[in-house]
Design a protein around this ligand. Structure first.
Ligand SMILES: Cc1ncc(COP(=O)(O)O)c(C=O)c1O
Length: 435
């Protein structure tokens, strides 16, 4: 076990293992950079979430946030486990339907949906989670024109500070997401009066990588105020309350440990209070975890290309950059790094791991204590299952890496490494330029 990760271990050769498979062997077989996902870990985390949120009298549904990791194999695993899906684009919606999620188990949230996306959602019959009064008007027009019935909810901005990286906070009062609480009655009244719309629920999502359960209690309390006003002032009984995702994980041993049950207890404290005080019928509760389920299931294997000493720093140059793992640059995120082929050696030096993208911001890990690293060593970035591969790009004209799934001690490719041909496949040189 590496830190708190039971699916990672060290074998007799001193190599990192994931799900019982030698990571160094995987790097040799499939080359680097390489994402490796442990199927069992995804299943275990999903089941932990279900157990923690199970409450008597409440029908709790997990809508996996597909944005965290949209690999079709991962989606299929979660579908097999019984999850529903939270999607936010046409691509995610199509992917969820493609792997067999039933439309009735999908909620489509997006902060400004195109008409095409709204139409696809209408045709599919998924819940459309509206983000603004303008979006409501567009949806009403589309429904009237095309004679569609729409199942809808509204994303409410509860105006709370989730104490996370500013780019990961989505429920601040000045944030671009959702409708303000003060607009909620107007929005629901307008939706309820339209014969093409079926008002089904209410939604919030306050941010990501949140490690403070109290923020959920505060936000859920505010959301429940709106739920109660809808009942008391408009007579609307909502079928579901969706409290979003964002449950944080431990990226470093220094991160605060918060169990998923603590998040569940905080949320239910607020919901129970309102249900009891206002004598509401217990609604279905939706949650949308992404990172919590897939975050620590995956490692990213990279190879050391060069070691460069300067008077200021020792740089370890690896064959991946922010085109492969964007989180360090985007969020100043910390990923633990280990030397996969020297797991038994003790840290001897402090190094900085530099990516191979021509940008000075392309530093994957700064000032880390590692065993003395040489060219050809294999490093593993841990906890890269959420917002890892899915944020990879082809910047610097580098193909995106392969993804391997480890299943019961056996490895299998779930995404091929891209090639130069893939990079140029969609490019066209006009005839006029060919002479
Ligand atoms: C609407 C919505 N739901 C759920 C999530 C999942 O968040 P996380 O992966 O932090 O659980 C996100 C991501 O930010 C989101 O935007």
């Amino acid at each position: 076990m590496i830190g708190h990760r039971p699916h990672l271990s060290v074998n007799d050769e001193g190599h990192l293992e994931i799900g019982g498979v030698d990571a160094v062997g995987l790097a040799e077989t499939y080359k680097t950079p390489l994402y490796v996902t442990d199927e069992e870990r995804v299943r275990t985390r999903y089941r932990e979430v279900c157990a923690a949120f199970s409450r008597s009298g409440y029908d709790v549904r997990v809508k996996y946030a597909c944005k965290a990791n949209t690999s079709l194999a991962v989606l299929r695993i979660l579908r097999q486990e019984g999850a529903g899906a939270d999607v936010l684009s046409e691509g995610e919606l199509r992917a969820a339907l493609h792997v067999g999620f039933r439309p009735e188990d999908i909620i489509f949230t997006g902060n400004n949906k195109s008409d095409e996306e709204l139409l696809l959602a209408l045709e599919s019959g998924v819940v459309i989670n509206l983000d603004s009064l303008h979006e409501l008007e567009r949806l009403k027009e589309l429904c009237a024109k095309r004679r569609f019935k729409a199942r809808v909810s509204f994303r409410i901005n509860p105006a709370v500070s989730p104490k996370t990286h500013p780019h990961l906070a989505t429920g601040l009062k000045e944030s671009k997401f959702g409708i303000q609480q003060g607009e909620a009655l107007e929005a629901y009244r307008a939706a309820a009066e339209d014969r093409h719309l079926l008002v089904e629920g209410i939604h919030m999502h306050i941010g990501s990588q949140i490690l403070d359960p109290e923020v959920y209690e505060e936000a859920a309390t505010r959301l429940m105020e709106t739920v109660c006003s809808l009942k008391e002032e408009l007579g609307i009984d909502l079928g579901f309350i969706d409290v979003g995702g964002g449950f944080g994980i431990r990226y470093s041993e220094g991160d605060r440990y918060v169990s998923i049950k603590e998040f569940a207890d905080a949320i239910f404290a607020a919901i129970d209070r309102a249900v009891e005080k206002r004598r509401l019928k217990k609604p279905a509760i939706f949650i949308e975890p992404g990172r919590y389920i897939v975050g620590d299931s995956t490692i990213l294997l990279v190879k050391v290309n060069t070691v460069k000493e300067t008077p200021y720093r020792k740089f370890i140059g690896v064959d991946a950059g922010f085109n492969t793992l964007a989180r360090p640059l985007l969020y100043n995120a910390y990923h633990e790094v280990v030397v996969a082929n020297r797991m038994k050696e003790r840290p001897k030096e402090v190094v900085t791991i530099a990516g191979n993208v021509c940008e000075s911001g392309d530093i994957l890990a700064c000032d880390r204590s590692l065993p003395a690293v040489s060219e050809g060593d294999i490093l593993a970035f841990l906890d890269t299952g959420a917002y890892g591969f899915i944020m990879a790009s082809q910047y610097n004209f580098r193909p995106r890496p392969a993804v391997v799934l480890v299943r019961g001690g056996v490895d299998m490719v779930i995404r091929d490494r891209e090639s130069f041909e893939d990079l140029i496949e969609k490019e066209r040189i006009p005839e006029e330029l060919k002479s």
